[in-house]
Design a protein around this ligand. Structure first.
Ligand code: MN
Length: 132
């Protein structure tokens, strides 16, 4: 059985979401996409991803509030949430951390930085294809 770790990308910018999905697929991950808060919460509880990349500016509710919801539910509480944002203000990062985000990834980010964070949260064999 081929096992790939799964990442949920929560992003309302379709071009950027598609780019991220292609990249993550290339890195060896399965990718699920949600473009809004409600979809993100549903997808997370239904598919139990190994990690979530979460935009802040989203329709319906902001990424930090979605993160707080995920952290309030036992089924999704332990999934690491990486907040991706172009906001530079310290308050934005603080609110994201208060909501339970594991990490803040500032847009624009380099591929090196993205891989480094994925490796950190998905362990050294993450993203590799291996046979059980
Ligand atoms: Mn956005």
């Amino acid at each position: 059985m081929i096992f790939r770790k799964k990442i949920l990308v929560v992003e309302d910018n379709n071009d950027f979401g598609e780019l991220l999905a292609k990249l993550l697929d290339h890195f060896g991950y399965d990718v699920i996409h949600a473009g809004s808060g409600i979809a993100a919460i549903n997808q997370a509880s239904e598919t139990r991803p190994d990690l979530i990349l979460m935009d802040i500016c989203l329709p319906e509710m902001p990424g930090d509030e979605i993160t707080a919801c995920l952290k309030a539910h036992p089924a999704t509480r332990n999934i690491p949430v990486i907040i991706t944002t172009a906001f530079q203000e310290r308050g934005v990062a603080n609110r994201a951390r208060d909501a339970g985000a594991a990490e803040i990834l500032r847009k624009p980010f380099s591929l090196t930085k993205l891989r480094e964070i994925l490796d950190r949260y998905l362990a050294t064999d993450a993203g590799q294809i291996f046979i059980n």
